[in-house]
Design a protein around this ligand. Structure first.
Ligand SMILES: N[C@@H](CCC(=O)N[C@@H](CS)C(=O)NCC(=O)O)C(=O)O
Length: 436
């Protein structure tokens, strides 16, 4: 019998699928959805979590035996039992059919319609109207199928019912008012039967069906928009990332940004307590980080970006640091070490206006080291200013450089251009390749 922990944020309908499956099978499932065990937006970005769940997404399951699984449907499958999974080849294939149907036919229009009513997505009339039509089609298919059946597959609740019902949870709670659902009585009968099963009820509580179709909540939408200092959007590549990524970012920046839409996950992140700008207290500096980054991204490093840096660098307002990874013996495959660096940059995305770094991996697999040059706003390491930034920095030794020293000039030149002797880097690894 499976036993383990499900990481999620509270009230996640995707996690509900696994939780309900566990209720049926008797799997001993602990749910970690709040501090200190799990804080969405923080714990799922730590190296330890990403090591087990590379996407950093929830729900995510870790068995007491160490077995790790992501993707909610796979977790529900694992935590279920043979009856839930479909006992015959035909039944299990039908279960898979409905699970896929839920993901590809129900979730997209349901999200388009429901999210604006929860204030977590901008309203678009045309998209909403199309979503309503798509939901009608889905309801039609289900209504027909359930005309002669109590459950979707066989005579008992299966993962098909659990998955489809959880995918429809928000539809039934928010928008499927009586007149809209009236043509599809079999679906509502089936839904109500499902959510009233004790195993569902334990997880979902009382599910109250929608009485009046919820409309776009503009006020809530405005409130839910990520503030400037809210946690970063997930897929953005930080400006501090290695040079080729800077170029891609630059191209994106030149276009006027589209208004960003949130999904339920962004909404959960935006709801996290906001921190005030930790750099706000510092006096103005003459060094414009953005100008430098533009030069660095678009022009030749040695002839333009480095001279620009030294002509404009303000040693009062900024400091230069050398950082070296403390545990080179733990660096095995090159790709893992590269992920370590890019993961750190991602976690520091919020620092992008106040920091710049060029971090290099030297050597080959099982014989490598990581070091870099960091430019920070202010005279101290910025990591302690915000809990989000503290994940990686303790794995590095940090040394503040004297901006006037030859050592500093050489390091800036070498790390910025990814070329040079890198005399301070141990010979054994320095003879290997440099990975940026
Ligand atoms: N297909 C996945 C979707 C998981 C997913 O998108 N999770 C979101 C929350 S709704 C998440 O954890 N996002 C965190 C992030 O992208 O950083 C599943 O069903 O498990």
């Amino acid at each position: 019998m499976a036993a383990g922990t499900l990481y999620t944020y509270p009230e996640n309908w995707r996690a509900f699928k696994a939780q309900i499956a566990a209720q049926y099978s008797g799997a001993a499932l602990k749910v970690a959805s709040s501090a200190p065990a799990f804080t969405f937006g923080q714990t799922n970005r730590t190296p330890a979590f990403l090591n087990n769940f590379p996407q950093g997404k929830v729900p995510a399951y870790q068995g007491d035996d160490g077995f790790c699984l992501f993707e909610s449907n796979a977790i529900a499958h694992y935590l279920g039992n043979d009856v839930l999974r479909g006992a015959t080849p035909q039944a299990s294939a039908q279960v898979l059919q409905w699970v896929s149907f839920a993901d590809s036919e129900i979730v997209p229009p349901a999200s388009t319609w429901v999210f604006p009513t929860l204030g977590i997505m901008q309203f678009n009339k045309q998209a909403t109207e199309q979503a309503k039509e798509d939901v009608k089609k889905v309801l039609g298919v289900l209504n027909q199928h359930l005309n002669t059946r109590t459950f979707l597959v066989g005579e008992r609740v299966s993962l098909a019912d659990i998955t489809v019902a959880c995918s429809m949870l928000w539809l039934y709670k928010q928008v499927l008012e009586p007149s809209f659902r009236q043509p599809y009585p079999n679906v509502t009968r089936w839904f109500v039967t499902c959510v009233n099963q004790p195993q569902f009820k334990t997880v979902l509580g009382e599910v109250k069906l929608c009485e009046k179709m919820a409309q776009f909540d503009a006020k809530k939408f405005a409130e839910m928009q990520p503030k400037k200092d809210a946690p970063p959007k997930k897929e953005k590549v930080p400006k501090e990332a290695a040079k080729p990524q800077e170029k891609k970012e630059k191209k994106k920046e030149e276009k006027k940004p589209e208004p960003e839409e949130m999904d339920d996950c962004d909404a959960a992140l935006a709801a996290e307590p906001k921190t005030k700008d930790p750099f706000a207290e510092l006096p103005k500096s003459t060094f414009i980080m953005d100008d430098f980054k533009r030069k660095y991204s678009n022009e030749d490093t040695l002839t333009v970006a480095v001279p620009h840096f030294w002509e404009n660098f303000d040693p009062e307002g900024y400091s230069i640091w050398y950082a070296e990874y403390k545990y080179p013996q733990e660096l095995t495959e090159v790709f893992k070490s590269c992920n370590l660096i890019s993961g750190m940059f991602q976690r520091l995305d919020k620092l992008r206006k106040n920091a710049f770094a060029s971090v290099l991996l030297f050597g080959t697999s099982n014989n490598s080291c990581i070091s870099g040059i960091w430019i920070f706003r202010g005279q101290n390491l910025a990591f302690t200013l915000c809990p989000d930034w503290q994940i990686d920095y303790e794995s590095y030794d940090w040394r503040k450089l004297d901006a006037n020293s030859e050592e500093c000039k050489t390091m800036v030149k070498e790390y910025f251009s990814w070329e040079g002797e890198f005399k301070h880097v141990g010979k054994a690894v320095n003879q290997g390749k440099i990975f940026k």
